[in-house]
Design a protein around this ligand. Structure first.
Ligand SMILES: [Mg+2]
Length: 230
């Protein structure tokens, strides 16, 4: 079955994302420097985020709420309102940050778009992802955009079923083994891993072994050659 459809992850595949979370987390540690050491705070924040995913989903809003929850916890309820305001402001600044495309993003999609159905498949806050897509200027290159609450095998099966003649005629490309690679393979599709130097701890997973539809490339610019060889 020739490859008909290629889905791209957005955050840290087409544009920078995790770096802004890490910058904000460093500021969060400064806000609470009088109450907790950075390593302890990072651990508590990570636990709060993992706990809250089922309630808030992925994105800046959930991250901001988790920072506030962590601030209340580590100060045993004594966090000053001034610090809560600093956290809220930091979250809002993340929503206003201009998009930074990753190298090769536009060129790679433009090279593949004439002969493939190109999808954007991303999770996170709907409004924020729509803002970033609009700012990226890549919108016209996509045949369809799927902003989903989570990336599970069932979600990929639905997307592949809708946008490809068969699951093995579709490929997902992204920087997360956990969200872009493993569930897309489980849904019967191809998956290409493009590692990013910064990846959120939650997205870590083991690389698949012996999976014939799996590939790893060093940069997005390597994708057209890989697709051409399938
Ligand atoms: Mg990503």
């Amino acid at each position: 079955m020739p490859l008909a459809t290629i889905g791209f992850d957005a955050d840290d595949t087409l544009w920078q994302n995790e770096t802004f979370f890490q910058i904000t987390q460093a500021r969060f540690a400064e806000f609470l420097a009088d109450f907790a050491d950075p390593a302890h705070l990072a651990d508590r924040l990570h636990r709060a985020e993992a706990r809250n995913l089922a309630h808030y989903g992925f994105g800046i809003k959930g991250f901001t709420l988790s920072m506030i929850e962590t601030a209340i916890e580590v100060t045993e309820g004594r966090v000053p309102a001034r610090v809560l305001k600093q956290i809220l402001d930091a979250g809002r600044e993340m929503h206003a940050h201009p998009i930074e495309l990753l190298p090769g993003a536009r060129e790679t999609i433009a090279a593949l778009a004439p002969r493939h159905r190109i999808l954007l498949v991303t999770k996170g806050d709907l409004l924020d992802q729509e803002r970033k897509l609009a700012q990226s200027g890549l919108g016209p290159l996509f045949h369809a955009v799927e902003i989903v609450s989570d990336k599970t095998p069932a979600v990929y099966a639905r997307i592949f079923g809708q946008h490809a003649p068969a699951p093995d005629a579709a490929m997902m490309v992204g920087n997360s083994l956990k969200s872009d690679v493993l569930p897309a393979l489980a849904a019967g599709g191809w998956a290409t891993y493009v590692p990013h130097a910064l990846t959120w701890a939650y997205e870590h997973a083991e690389e698949p072994e012996g999976a014939p539809r799996y590939a790893r490339i060093a940069a997005l610019a390597d994708l057209p050659a890989l697709v051409g060889a399938i």
